[in-house]
Ligand binder design. Structure first.
Ligand code: FE
Ligand code: CA
Length: 535
């Protein structure tokens, strides 16, 4: 086994030279790989056990498997060894182990195209992130891990079409907000049956708070603060068989919102407070646990309390995904929680939800994109929703409304750069919304610029309801809102050159298992016309 600096590993996967002193940011190349499947994990020490089964031989793949961050030639494969998921260290001894993996072109796993070994060590909670390379574009694959005699579940994943390919269609689902306590992840069970090409997760993969006795399920600990706390919380969520199934059917592209760390935090500032060392430490722990449990590439490896999560994906020339992080770099909310009229504080150019680097990166991508559809995958509502009935205006400062300078810049830029078919997908708010986004602040009559599809939660806030007085009030108050529904579910999108169809999926209940799947509303956006047409 040769240990290499990850940069030289990318340039020359056969390099075995140690370029500098190894740090935890270095990676090892698993031996015996047929293709350049780079695994990253701390280096395997001489004490490392080779494929030795876990203590007592208990099944170690209780948290399932996952794949993610696909490119035309590769994808990340993920698993974690955790024979006793909710106990310290997941029930693994504090040693490094080797896990082997196989990638095949068929479900029976006979046409093997890549295989190798990866290191799972206590430094990263015995998680494994394998970056498989050398795969064919636009192709489905199956993969499986092995540890000792134990085989993981089999997963299916796919690569993106080649950069210059013009694929006929893309079917992707987007999801958010899966509070374990509020009920069952039935939505994931249905989603898995739809066989999407991709799943995009827009945040609140976990919730950090302690248990509530009255809810259908209970969190495993008090509020998460330490790395150990967050790891155990991910473990609890990942024991859910329906969440596991949704990971097994397609690659996921993930980003976070606030609850992966703490409710409504902004940058290094906890909700309504000043930045503290303590919070920086907490954020570092939360980010590390997130990285450990998601199928992310090493570009996202956390460094102190920072972690790079904004990034782009291309589905050939059909669709480009611009994945944002609106939590890590935002300035503090201009005012406390609640609804507020527009104020100079919200308009201040000192306030930002993206931070300067991410904003430059995003606007550059939106200028240079060659894709027919441009999906901006992010967390919080972009439409300036007025929550107060009547003449009074009530805006929510935790959303893009609190960062009006960034909001207007984005909308102006989409207009001036003529970004083809911008579609913003949003989570956070536990409610389906279909919004038309207009430039209505430059002194002209409103010019439609983009649409915003807001997906409801998988489970957060419980059963919910399809319609209500409040629903009707909000829709009357905000003519840009074409649909709103407060049940649980997800959004399924089908993209072709000519149009994007969005199905707002709902479940009548989640406090009990077994709810059927319903389509509450469907909208078509025709290419070149940023309008929502109900079908
Ligand atoms: Fe949420
Ligand atoms: Ca109002």
């Amino acid at each position: 086994m040769g240990f290499v600096d990850y940069r030289s590993a990318m340039e020359n996967s056969s390099s075995g030279h140690l370029k500098r002193k190894l740090t935890r940011r270095d990676f090892s190349i698993g031996s015996g790989m047929l293709l350049a499947g780079l695994c990253f994990a701390p280096p395997l020490t001489s004490h490392a056990a080779q494929g030795r089964p876990a203590k007592g031989g208990i099944y170690p793949f209780k948290l399932g498997i996952a794949s993610g961050d696909p490119t035309p030639t590769g994808v990340v494969l993920w698993t974690r060894l955790a024979p006793k998921p909710l106990t310290s260290g997941g029930g693994m001894p504090a040693e490094q182990f080797e896990v082997s993996f196989v990638v095949a072109a068929d479900e029976a796993m006979t046409k093997v195209v890549a295989s190798g070994r990866a290191v799972a060590g206590p430094e990263w909670a015995h998680t494994v992130h394998v970056e498989v390379e050398g795969l064919q574009p636009d192709t489905w694959y199956w993969y499986q891990f092995q540890f000792g005699d134990h085989m993981s579940p089999k997963g299916r994943t796919r690569t993106m079409p080649a950069a210059d390919a013009d694929p006929e269609r893309l079917r992707f689902a987007f999801v958010s907000c899966q509070n374990y306590e509020w009920g069952y992840f039935t939505a994931f069970d249905h989603l898995a049956r739809e066989n999407p090409d991709l799943v995009v997760h827009l945040g609140d993969y976990i919730y950090e708070n302690g248990p509530h006795k009255e809810r259908p399920r209970q969190h495993n600990s008090d509020t998460c603060v330490t790395l150990e706390d967050y790891r155990a919380r991910y473990a609890q969520y990942k024991t859910d068989p329906m969440l596991q199934r949704a990971h097994e059917v397609a690659p996921w592209i993930v980003t976070w919102d606030d609850h992966e760390v703490a409710n409504n935090y902004a940058g290094l500032v906890p909700k309504v407070a000043a930045p503290t060392r303590e919070f920086a430490r907490r954020r570092a722990a939360a980010y590390q646990a997130y990285f450990e449990h998601m199928p992310l590439r090493r570009m996202s490896l956390p460094s102190g309390s920072d972690m790079l999560l904004y990034r782009g994906f291309e589905f050939g020339k059909l669709a480009s995904f611009h994945v944002l992080d609106t939590r890590q770099y935002r300035t503090i909310q201009p005012m406390a929680e609640g609804f507020h009229p527009m104020s100079p504080k919200m308009l201040s150019p000192k306030g930002t939800i993206l931070g300067e680097r991410q904003r430059t990166w995003l606007l550059g991508r939106l200028s240079n994109t060659k894709a027919a559809w441009n999906v901006i995958a992010q967390q919080v509502m972009v439409a300036p929703i007025d929550y107060k009935a009547g003449n009074e205006i009530g805006l929510n400062p935790d959303k893009w409304s609190g960062y009006e300078n960034d909001r207007r810049n984005l909308i102006r830029h989409l207009q001036s750069a003529k970004t083809p078919n911008p579609v913003i997908i949003t989570g956070d708010i536990h409610c389906h919304w279909a919004n038309e986004i207009a430039n209505d602040f430059d002194g002209e009559t409103a010019v439609p610029v983009a649409v915003e599809l807001v997906g409801t939660s998988i489970s957060s806030d419980g059963d919910g309801e399809a319609d209500s007085k409040r629903n009707q009030t909000l829709m009357r108050e905000n003519p840009c809102v074409k649909f709103r529904n407060k049940q649980r579910g997800y959004v399924m999108c089908e993209v072709t050159r000519g149009g994007l169809k969005a199905d707002f999926k709902t479940l009548p209940y989640i406090s009990r298992k077994g709810a059927p799947l319903e389509t509450a509303a469907s909208f078509v956006i025709e290419s070149g016309k940023p309008r929502l047409n109900r079908v």
